[in-house]
Design a protein around this ligand. Sequence first.
Ligand code: PEP
Ligand code: MG
Length: 358
Amino acid sequence: EDELVRAVDRVMTHADAVRRLEVRANADTPEDAARARRFGALGVGLCRTEHMFLGERRRLVEDLILAPGGKERQVALDALEPLQTADFAGIFGAMRGLPVTIRLIDPPLHEFLPDLTDLAVRVAVAGERAGDRDRRLLVAVRRLHEQNPMLGLRGVRLGLAIPGLFAMQVRAIAAAARQVEGARAEIMIPLVGAVQELEIVREEATGILAEAGVEAAIGTMIEVPRAALTAGQIAGAADFFSFGTNDLTQMTWGFSRDDVESAFFGRYLDLGVFGVSPFESIDRDGVGRLMRIAAEEGRRARPGLKLGICGEHGGDPDSVHFCHEIGLDYVSCSPFRVPVARLEAGRAALARTGSDSR
Ligand code: PEP
Ligand code: MG
Protein backbone atom coordinates (compact mmCIF):
# COMPACT_ATOMS: atom_id res chain seq x y z
CA GLU A 1 0.00 0.00 0.00
CA ASP A 2 2.85 2.36 0.82
CA GLU A 3 4.19 1.73 -2.63
CA LEU A 4 0.86 2.74 -4.12
CA VAL A 5 0.82 5.95 -2.11
CA ARG A 6 4.35 6.72 -3.30
CA ALA A 7 3.40 6.02 -6.91
CA VAL A 8 0.39 8.33 -6.70
CA ASP A 9 2.62 10.93 -5.10
CA ARG A 10 5.09 10.69 -7.97
CA VAL A 11 2.34 11.10 -10.55
CA MET A 12 0.93 14.13 -8.72
CA THR A 13 4.35 15.73 -8.39
CA HIS A 14 4.91 15.25 -12.10
CA ALA A 15 1.46 16.68 -12.93
CA ASP A 16 2.14 19.72 -10.72
CA ALA A 17 5.48 20.28 -12.40
CA VAL A 18 4.05 20.39 -15.92
CA ARG A 19 0.58 21.90 -15.50
CA ARG A 20 -0.05 25.47 -16.49
CA LEU A 21 -3.44 25.75 -14.78
CA GLU A 22 -3.34 26.62 -11.10
CA VAL A 23 -5.72 24.55 -8.95
CA ARG A 24 -7.68 26.17 -6.16
CA ALA A 25 -10.62 24.95 -4.10
CA ASN A 26 -14.04 26.21 -3.17
CA ALA A 27 -14.22 26.57 0.61
CA ASP A 28 -16.60 28.40 2.91
CA THR A 29 -15.15 27.53 6.33
CA PRO A 30 -11.67 27.26 7.89
CA GLU A 31 -12.17 23.46 8.01
CA ASP A 32 -12.91 23.31 4.27
CA ALA A 33 -9.93 25.57 3.63
CA ALA A 34 -7.60 23.35 5.67
CA ARG A 35 -8.88 20.29 3.79
CA ALA A 36 -8.35 22.08 0.48
CA ARG A 37 -4.73 22.75 1.44
CA ARG A 38 -4.18 19.11 2.34
CA PHE A 39 -5.43 18.08 -1.10
CA GLY A 40 -2.92 20.45 -2.67
CA ALA A 41 -5.08 23.48 -3.51
CA LEU A 42 -3.00 26.62 -4.00
CA GLY A 43 -5.73 29.00 -2.87
CA VAL A 44 -9.45 29.39 -2.37
CA GLY A 45 -11.11 30.26 -5.67
CA LEU A 46 -14.56 30.69 -4.20
CA CYS A 47 -15.60 31.39 -0.64
CA ARG A 48 -19.39 31.64 -0.69
CA THR A 49 -20.50 34.02 2.04
CA GLU A 50 -24.27 33.55 1.98
CA HIS A 51 -24.23 30.48 4.23
CA MET A 52 -22.61 32.61 6.89
CA PHE A 53 -25.89 34.45 7.30
CA LEU A 54 -27.99 31.43 8.19
CA GLY A 55 -28.43 29.67 11.52
CA GLU A 56 -28.37 31.92 14.56
CA ARG A 57 -27.63 34.96 12.45
CA ARG A 58 -30.92 34.64 10.63
CA ARG A 59 -32.53 36.98 13.09
CA LEU A 60 -30.09 39.72 12.17
CA VAL A 61 -30.89 39.17 8.50
CA GLU A 62 -34.60 39.47 9.32
CA ASP A 63 -33.82 42.72 11.15
CA LEU A 64 -32.11 43.90 8.01
CA ILE A 65 -35.16 43.06 5.93
CA LEU A 66 -37.54 44.61 8.43
CA ALA A 67 -35.50 47.77 8.89
CA PRO A 68 -37.71 50.63 7.79
CA GLY A 69 -34.88 53.13 7.45
CA GLY A 70 -31.17 53.63 7.13
CA LYS A 71 -30.53 53.87 10.86
CA GLU A 72 -32.15 50.55 11.79
CA ARG A 73 -30.47 48.89 8.83
CA GLN A 74 -27.11 50.12 10.01
CA VAL A 75 -27.73 48.66 13.48
CA ALA A 76 -28.27 45.22 11.94
CA LEU A 77 -25.22 45.60 9.69
CA ASP A 78 -23.07 46.72 12.61
CA ALA A 79 -24.06 43.57 14.48
CA LEU A 80 -23.10 41.38 11.51
CA GLU A 81 -19.74 43.01 10.77
CA PRO A 82 -17.65 41.57 13.65
CA LEU A 83 -19.12 38.11 12.98
CA GLN A 84 -18.08 38.35 9.33
CA THR A 85 -14.64 39.62 10.31
CA ALA A 86 -14.14 36.50 12.42
CA ASP A 87 -15.40 34.28 9.54
CA PHE A 88 -12.87 35.76 7.14
CA ALA A 89 -10.01 35.81 9.61
CA GLY A 90 -10.53 32.06 10.14
CA ILE A 91 -10.26 31.34 6.43
CA PHE A 92 -7.30 33.68 5.89
CA GLY A 93 -5.61 31.93 8.80
CA ALA A 94 -6.12 28.49 7.26
CA MET A 95 -4.84 29.66 3.86
CA ARG A 96 -2.04 31.91 5.11
CA GLY A 97 0.09 33.09 2.23
CA LEU A 98 -2.29 31.74 -0.42
CA PRO A 99 -4.96 33.81 -2.20
CA VAL A 100 -8.56 33.65 -0.96
CA THR A 101 -11.32 34.85 -3.26
CA ILE A 102 -14.25 35.97 -1.17
CA ARG A 103 -17.48 36.34 -3.01
CA LEU A 104 -19.84 38.96 -1.67
CA ILE A 105 -23.22 37.64 -0.63
CA ASP A 106 -25.28 35.90 -3.31
CA PRO A 107 -28.36 34.46 -1.69
CA PRO A 108 -31.42 33.42 -3.53
CA LEU A 109 -33.72 35.44 -1.28
CA HIS A 110 -36.08 32.55 -0.55
CA GLU A 111 -33.32 30.70 1.31
CA PHE A 112 -33.07 33.56 3.79
CA LEU A 113 -36.60 34.52 4.39
CA PRO A 114 -38.77 32.51 6.72
CA ASP A 115 -41.04 30.15 4.80
CA LEU A 116 -44.15 32.10 3.79
CA THR A 117 -46.59 29.27 4.56
CA ASP A 118 -45.05 28.50 7.96
CA LEU A 119 -45.12 32.13 8.91
CA ALA A 120 -48.68 32.66 7.70
CA VAL A 121 -49.86 29.62 9.66
CA ARG A 122 -48.02 30.80 12.78
CA VAL A 123 -49.64 34.22 12.59
CA ALA A 124 -53.07 32.74 11.83
CA VAL A 125 -52.90 30.26 14.72
CA ALA A 126 -51.75 32.96 17.14
CA GLY A 127 -54.61 35.19 15.97
CA GLU A 128 -54.88 38.29 18.13
CA ARG A 129 -51.88 37.18 20.14
CA ALA A 130 -49.52 37.11 17.17
CA GLY A 131 -46.39 39.16 17.88
CA ASP A 132 -45.75 42.42 16.14
CA ARG A 133 -42.49 41.10 14.71
CA ASP A 134 -44.17 38.10 13.08
CA ARG A 135 -46.85 40.29 11.57
CA ARG A 136 -44.30 42.70 10.11
CA LEU A 137 -42.23 39.81 8.88
CA LEU A 138 -45.24 38.29 7.14
CA VAL A 139 -45.91 41.55 5.31
CA ALA A 140 -42.23 41.82 4.32
CA VAL A 141 -41.96 38.22 3.14
CA ARG A 142 -45.11 38.56 1.05
CA ARG A 143 -43.71 41.72 -0.50
CA LEU A 144 -40.37 40.08 -1.28
CA HIS A 145 -41.81 36.87 -2.69
CA GLU A 146 -40.39 35.99 -6.11
CA GLN A 147 -41.64 33.46 -8.66
CA ASN A 148 -38.09 32.67 -9.79
CA PRO A 149 -35.70 33.51 -6.94
CA MET A 150 -32.72 32.18 -8.88
CA LEU A 151 -33.45 34.82 -11.53
CA GLY A 152 -34.41 37.46 -9.02
CA LEU A 153 -32.83 39.80 -6.50
CA ARG A 154 -29.58 37.89 -6.01
CA GLY A 155 -25.92 38.78 -5.96
CA VAL A 156 -24.98 42.28 -7.03
CA ARG A 157 -28.65 43.11 -7.49
CA LEU A 158 -29.29 42.55 -3.79
CA GLY A 159 -26.07 44.34 -2.91
CA LEU A 160 -27.26 47.44 -4.74
CA ALA A 161 -30.82 47.15 -3.40
CA ILE A 162 -29.72 47.01 0.25
CA PRO A 163 -27.30 49.90 0.73
CA GLY A 164 -24.51 49.10 3.15
CA LEU A 165 -24.65 45.31 2.77
CA PHE A 166 -21.64 44.90 0.48
CA ALA A 167 -19.82 47.72 2.29
CA MET A 168 -20.19 45.82 5.56
CA GLN A 169 -18.64 42.73 3.98
CA VAL A 170 -15.76 44.67 2.42
CA ARG A 171 -15.02 46.34 5.77
CA ALA A 172 -15.01 42.91 7.41
CA ILE A 173 -12.63 41.55 4.74
CA ALA A 174 -10.30 44.52 5.25
CA ALA A 175 -10.38 44.14 9.04
CA ALA A 176 -9.68 40.39 8.81
CA ALA A 177 -6.85 40.95 6.32
CA ARG A 178 -5.22 43.37 8.77
CA GLN A 179 -5.57 40.85 11.61
CA VAL A 180 -4.03 37.88 9.84
CA GLU A 181 -0.44 38.18 8.70
CA GLY A 182 0.06 37.00 5.16
CA ALA A 183 -3.66 37.23 4.29
CA ARG A 184 -4.22 37.61 0.54
CA ALA A 185 -7.77 38.74 -0.10
CA GLU A 186 -9.51 38.95 -3.45
CA ILE A 187 -13.03 40.32 -3.61
CA MET A 188 -15.49 38.89 -6.11
CA ILE A 189 -18.85 40.32 -7.16
CA PRO A 190 -21.56 37.82 -8.13
CA LEU A 191 -24.23 37.87 -10.84
CA VAL A 192 -22.97 40.92 -12.68
CA GLY A 193 -24.72 41.41 -16.01
CA ALA A 194 -23.60 44.95 -16.83
CA VAL A 195 -20.44 46.92 -16.18
CA GLN A 196 -22.45 49.66 -14.49
CA GLU A 197 -23.30 47.32 -11.61
CA LEU A 198 -19.67 46.46 -11.12
CA GLU A 199 -18.52 50.07 -11.30
CA ILE A 200 -20.77 51.14 -8.46
CA VAL A 201 -19.61 48.32 -6.18
CA ARG A 202 -15.99 48.73 -7.18
CA GLU A 203 -15.93 52.42 -6.37
CA GLU A 204 -17.35 51.87 -2.91
CA ALA A 205 -15.08 48.90 -2.18
CA THR A 206 -11.97 50.70 -3.41
CA GLY A 207 -12.69 53.56 -1.01
CA ILE A 208 -13.14 51.21 1.96
CA LEU A 209 -9.95 49.30 1.18
CA ALA A 210 -7.92 52.48 0.74
CA GLU A 211 -9.15 53.82 4.04
CA ALA A 212 -8.17 50.57 5.77
CA GLY A 213 -4.82 50.48 3.98
CA VAL A 214 -5.53 47.03 2.58
CA GLU A 215 -4.78 45.91 -0.97
CA ALA A 216 -7.13 43.46 -2.66
CA ALA A 217 -7.97 42.64 -6.25
CA ILE A 218 -11.61 43.27 -7.14
CA GLY A 219 -13.11 41.03 -9.78
CA THR A 220 -16.33 39.55 -10.98
CA MET A 221 -18.06 36.29 -11.66
CA ILE A 222 -18.95 35.74 -15.31
CA GLU A 223 -22.15 33.78 -14.92
CA VAL A 224 -24.83 35.79 -16.69
CA PRO A 225 -24.67 35.39 -20.50
CA ARG A 226 -24.78 39.16 -20.94
CA ALA A 227 -21.62 39.49 -18.86
CA ALA A 228 -19.81 37.11 -21.23
CA LEU A 229 -21.08 39.03 -24.25
CA THR A 230 -19.99 42.40 -22.84
CA ALA A 231 -16.76 41.13 -21.30
CA GLY A 232 -14.74 43.85 -23.01
CA GLN A 233 -16.64 46.52 -21.10
CA ILE A 234 -16.71 44.56 -17.86
CA ALA A 235 -12.95 44.03 -17.93
CA GLY A 236 -12.61 47.79 -17.55
CA ALA A 237 -13.81 47.44 -13.96
CA ALA A 238 -12.46 43.98 -13.07
CA ASP A 239 -9.02 42.75 -12.01
CA PHE A 240 -10.12 39.18 -12.66
CA PHE A 241 -12.96 37.08 -14.06
CA SER A 242 -14.16 33.81 -12.59
CA PHE A 243 -16.59 31.78 -14.63
CA GLY A 244 -19.63 30.62 -12.67
CA THR A 245 -20.60 27.82 -14.95
CA ASN A 246 -23.47 26.63 -12.74
CA ASP A 247 -25.45 29.79 -13.41
CA LEU A 248 -23.97 30.28 -16.87
CA THR A 249 -25.23 26.82 -17.86
CA GLN A 250 -28.64 27.46 -16.32
CA MET A 251 -29.05 30.77 -18.08
CA THR A 252 -27.59 29.73 -21.42
CA TRP A 253 -29.78 26.65 -21.73
CA GLY A 254 -32.75 27.95 -19.78
CA PHE A 255 -32.57 24.86 -17.54
CA SER A 256 -33.49 25.46 -13.91
CA ARG A 257 -30.41 24.27 -12.00
CA ASP A 258 -32.52 23.60 -8.91
CA ASP A 259 -34.74 21.19 -10.80
CA VAL A 260 -32.32 19.22 -12.96
CA GLU A 261 -31.91 16.59 -10.28
CA SER A 262 -35.59 16.21 -9.61
CA ALA A 263 -37.48 13.14 -10.74
CA PHE A 264 -39.60 15.25 -13.05
CA PHE A 265 -37.32 17.65 -14.94
CA GLY A 266 -34.18 15.63 -14.23
CA ARG A 267 -35.58 12.74 -16.23
CA TYR A 268 -35.45 14.93 -19.32
CA LEU A 269 -31.68 15.29 -19.16
CA ASP A 270 -31.42 11.56 -18.46
CA LEU A 271 -33.02 10.87 -21.84
CA GLY A 272 -29.53 11.55 -23.20
CA VAL A 273 -30.65 13.79 -26.04
CA PHE A 274 -27.54 15.94 -25.50
CA GLY A 275 -25.15 13.21 -24.45
CA VAL A 276 -23.55 14.26 -21.16
CA SER A 277 -25.54 16.72 -19.04
CA PRO A 278 -24.24 20.27 -19.54
CA PHE A 279 -24.21 20.60 -15.75
CA GLU A 280 -21.65 17.81 -15.56
CA SER A 281 -19.26 18.73 -18.34
CA ILE A 282 -18.86 22.12 -20.04
CA ASP A 283 -20.94 22.29 -23.18
CA ARG A 284 -18.26 23.52 -25.57
CA ASP A 285 -20.60 24.69 -28.33
CA GLY A 286 -22.80 26.91 -26.17
CA VAL A 287 -21.54 27.71 -22.68
CA GLY A 288 -17.98 27.10 -23.84
CA ARG A 289 -18.39 29.53 -26.71
CA LEU A 290 -19.53 32.23 -24.29
CA MET A 291 -16.47 31.49 -22.16
CA ARG A 292 -14.15 31.86 -25.15
CA ILE A 293 -15.75 35.16 -26.10
CA ALA A 294 -15.41 36.46 -22.55
CA ALA A 295 -11.80 35.30 -22.23
CA GLU A 296 -10.76 36.82 -25.56
CA GLU A 297 -12.62 40.11 -25.23
CA GLY A 298 -11.71 40.48 -21.56
CA ARG A 299 -8.00 40.02 -22.28
CA ARG A 300 -8.13 42.26 -25.34
CA ALA A 301 -9.54 45.06 -23.18
CA ARG A 302 -7.22 44.33 -20.26
CA PRO A 303 -4.07 42.40 -21.19
CA GLY A 304 -3.06 39.99 -18.45
CA LEU A 305 -6.59 39.83 -17.00
CA LYS A 306 -6.64 36.88 -14.62
CA LEU A 307 -9.17 34.20 -15.57
CA GLY A 308 -10.55 31.33 -13.51
CA ILE A 309 -13.55 29.10 -13.09
CA CYS A 310 -15.36 28.24 -9.86
CA GLY A 311 -18.49 26.42 -11.01
CA GLU A 312 -18.79 22.66 -10.39
CA HIS A 313 -17.20 22.07 -13.79
CA GLY A 314 -13.85 23.20 -12.37
CA GLY A 315 -13.29 19.64 -11.10
CA ASP A 316 -14.62 17.75 -14.13
CA PRO A 317 -11.79 16.18 -16.20
CA ASP A 318 -13.12 17.09 -19.63
CA SER A 319 -13.92 20.62 -18.48
CA VAL A 320 -10.42 21.05 -17.00
CA HIS A 321 -9.00 20.28 -20.46
CA PHE A 322 -11.31 22.86 -21.97
CA CYS A 323 -10.24 25.47 -19.41
CA HIS A 324 -6.61 24.79 -20.31
CA GLU A 325 -7.41 25.17 -24.02
CA ILE A 326 -9.04 28.57 -23.67
CA GLY A 327 -6.17 29.85 -21.55
CA LEU A 328 -7.63 30.16 -18.07
CA ASP A 329 -5.18 30.75 -15.22
CA TYR A 330 -6.88 28.53 -12.67
CA VAL A 331 -9.71 26.14 -11.91
CA SER A 332 -11.39 26.00 -8.51
CA CYS A 333 -13.44 23.02 -7.39
CA SER A 334 -14.59 21.26 -4.24
CA PRO A 335 -11.63 20.12 -2.07
CA PHE A 336 -12.21 16.41 -2.82
CA ARG A 337 -11.89 17.01 -6.55
CA VAL A 338 -8.61 18.94 -6.27
CA PRO A 339 -6.33 15.91 -6.89
CA VAL A 340 -8.23 14.98 -10.05
CA ALA A 341 -8.08 18.58 -11.25
CA ARG A 342 -4.30 18.68 -10.64
CA LEU A 343 -3.85 15.47 -12.56
CA GLU A 344 -6.02 16.54 -15.50
CA ALA A 345 -4.36 19.96 -15.62
CA GLY A 346 -1.04 18.14 -15.98
CA ARG A 347 -2.39 15.86 -18.70
CA ALA A 348 -3.85 18.85 -20.55
CA ALA A 349 -0.46 20.56 -20.54
CA LEU A 350 1.24 17.45 -21.92
CA ALA A 351 -1.27 16.89 -24.71
CA ARG A 352 -0.18 18.24 -28.09
CA THR A 353 -3.60 19.77 -28.56
CA GLY A 354 -6.43 19.87 -26.09
CA SER A 355 -8.78 17.88 -28.28
CA ASP A 356 -6.68 14.71 -28.64
CA SER A 357 -5.78 14.58 -24.99
CA ARG A 358 -8.31 11.99 -23.87
C1 PEP B 1 -21.79 29.31 -10.32
O1 PEP B 1 -22.86 29.84 -10.60
O2 PEP B 1 -21.18 28.54 -11.09
C2 PEP B 1 -21.17 29.54 -9.01
C3 PEP B 1 -19.94 29.11 -8.74
O3 PEP B 1 -21.91 30.17 -8.06
P1 PEP B 1 -23.12 29.47 -7.26
O4 PEP B 1 -23.06 28.00 -7.55
O5 PEP B 1 -22.90 29.81 -5.84
O6 PEP B 1 -24.30 30.17 -7.84
MG1 MG C 1 -23.60 31.45 -9.38
